[in-house]
Design a protein around this ligand. Sequence first.
Ligand code: NAP
Length: 277
Amino acid sequence: MRRLVLPDGSNIPVIGQGTWRMGERAGERAAEVAALRAGLDLGLTLIDTAEMYGDGGAEAVTGDAIAGRRDEVYLVSKVLPQNASRTGTIRACEQSLKRLKTERIDLYLLHWRGSHPLAETLAAFLDLQRQGKIGSFGVSNFDPGDMAEWLALAGAEATQTNQVLYNVTARGIEFDLLPLQVTRKIPVMSYCPLAQGDLAAMNALVPIARRHNATVAQVMLAWVIRTPHVFAVPKSRNPARLRENAAAADLNLTQQDLAEIDAIFPPPRESRPLEMV
Ligand code: NAP
């Protein structure tokens, strides 16, 4: 598995595992835990979760999946904006740690910007870091304006990532946010790299996939991580798809492939509002 080094020196796989929609149904819990563990076996050792997913259920599933394997995992979770006051962030993190059954979240993100002042959230992140409850911090769904405001705060220069929607059909960040993050050396974490599994809409990518003896999903993932500045967290609870997703890290798209993808899904020519799901 190809790897990427975050600003804090953490060495992470370029493809990890998402957990949205996990932890919502008790009857599926065992299968979800098994899927995450199978993903770890395949090298998908970055797990992205959030207090929001399944109202804490996804963190609980993640906690079960990493039990006895904590050292293998780079663990990412997120605080909801409504909890992101100075004291609320700390409380939320402590509750997440309990559900995750661990002493430390490696990377803790503000899920999206809400009404609490960014300086308060940042102060809480720095407190949590001093206390060893989080390794590092970052943000999610921040547009270039949010990012500029955040990065102007003292201490925010240690931001590790901004997790945003990025896939072949959602390329807006290439115009302004991605260049800003490249300049500031803050990698982008792509969410929904598979456009939430809507692969029927991607038939135009089939010829490229065929040339590589790969699947359309693999082409989509390889495309998202085609530069050293982006890593991705596709979600799957299907072992065969997890294997596919892990193998996509080794798929190198050619200039011809990239040009064809540009023709099908053109890059942005002007600034667009940040897309979110
Ligand atoms: P996604 O990863 O783009 O797509 C997931 C869907 O694709 C699932 O339905 C999955 O079904 C299917 N899938 C996975 N691998 C596949 C493959 N190889 N072939 C065909 N289908 C495949 O969408 P997502 O889960 O919404 O996003 C990924 C993660 O990003 C989330 O789980 C979450 O951790 C994070 N996220 C963050 C935010 C944010 O606001 N920060 C927002 C959305 C998502 P199966 O499970 O049945 O395989």
